[in-house]
Design a protein around this ligand. Structure first.
Ligand code: GTP
Ligand code: MG
Length: 316
């Protein structure tokens, strides 16, 4: 155990999770073990002794919920700012799943970090998807929190660990120590606050310092859509699409209050992370054919991450 700025951290995963987490990167072996929140946007010392949410409590081995099963590729929101616009999963991925050649995918936890200004709605977004709840009162995240969400993609079990980070400047140093090893970065801004959109570039730069920009998947998410009129939304969307294109991120607009696009968005994150993971496994295992290259940062204006469109040899 150790204490970082008053937060108690467990240094080892429980034995049961050891093999599952062996490939899961964490800074210095640390695990956050509790959610610390205040009721008015500031830390409350009385909460420091609150019951801990241990890693062992994560619902990692429970059966996959029926509504977390993905048989088809969920589509992007806007073709102008999408990671790719293919209608279906990469055929090599579909084929590998049918033939049970997905390597460690299915036993691996993919790390997704959620960053953005304070109060943009990161925690509410995660809670809407994972718990189907919405809290209208602002409770600042202190440091980091996480939720585990299990999926079944093309018949293969797949888990996302969603890391909810603090947007408040004073907690940023704690949160940033958890950026490392992300497979996807979700940068959230408030659709009703243009400054929060401008700040997304800095959030991305900070998150990329700890990650490999060539392999991480980026999502730019506008929150609180329910608070914009259609006209206001259209104006903001124009700017947001531009920023997303510059970042090579996939653009989404959501409301955690109404639930609009929340499920669709996280399904898309799960599907694209899964697809990238299986392709990486195939590459590692040597199944990849010479010349069948995954291009990152493609010149194709719509496709930031795209695979060679030639038919694979393993499928008809
Ligand atoms: N109307 C509306 N309010 C929202 C929505 N999402 C979040 N909020 C409100 O915005 C406030 C901040 O939400 P949080 O999710 O706590 O924000 P956060 O980004 O996690 O903030 P930090 O933890 O400080 O970084 C809360 O009062 C929420 O109720 C939304 O979709 N619509
Ligand atoms: Mg929060």
């Amino acid at each position: 155990m150790s204490h970082v700025l008053g937060l108690e951290l467990r240094r080892e995963a429980p034995p049961l999770l050891g093999p599952l987490l062996s490939s899961f990167p964490l800074p210095a072996g640390s695990w956050p073990s509790q959610i610390l929140r205040s009721n008015h946007g500031s830390p409350s010392p009385c909460l420091l002794g609150a019951p801990r949410k241990a890693v062992g409590e994560m619902n990692i081995l429970a059966p996959v919920r029926r509504d977390r099963v993905l048989a088809e590729l969920p589509q992007c929101l806007r073709k102008e700012a999408a990671l790719h616009v293919h209608r279906d999963f990469n055929p090599r991925v579909t084929c590998a799943c049918q033939e049970h050649r997905t390597g460690t995918v299915g036993f691996k936890i993919s790390k997704v970090i959620v960053v953005g200004d304070l109060s943009v709605g990161k925690t509410c977004l995660i809670n809407r998807f994972c718990k189907d709840t919405f809290d209208k009162n602002y409770k600042a995240t202190i440091g980091v929190d996480f939720e585990m969400e299990r999926f079944e993609v093309l018949g293969v079990p797949f888990s996302l660990q969603l890391w909810d980070t603090a947007g408040q400047e004073r907690f940023k140093c704690i949160a940033s120590t958890y950026y490392r090893g992300a497979q996807a970065i979700i940068i959230v801004f408030n659709l009703n606050d243009v400054a929060s959109l401008e700040h997304t570039k800095q959030w991305l730069a900070d998150a990329l310092k700890e990650n490999d920009p060539s392999s991480v998947l980026l999502f730019l998410v506008g929150s609180k859509k329910d608070l914009s009129t259609p006209a206001q939304y259209m104006l903001m969307e124009k700017d947001a699409l531009k920023v997303a294109q510059e970042m090579k991120a996939e653009y989404w607009a959501v409301s955690s209050l109404t639930g609009e696009n929340v499920r669709e968005f996280f399904f898309r994150v799960a599907a694209l992370t899964f697809e990238a993971n299986v392709l990486a496994e195939l590459e590692k295992s040597g199944a990849r054919r010479i010349g069948d290259v995954v291009r990152i940062n493609s010149d194709d204006s719509n496709l930031y991450l795209t695979a060679n469109k030639k038919k694979p040899t393993c499928c008809p």
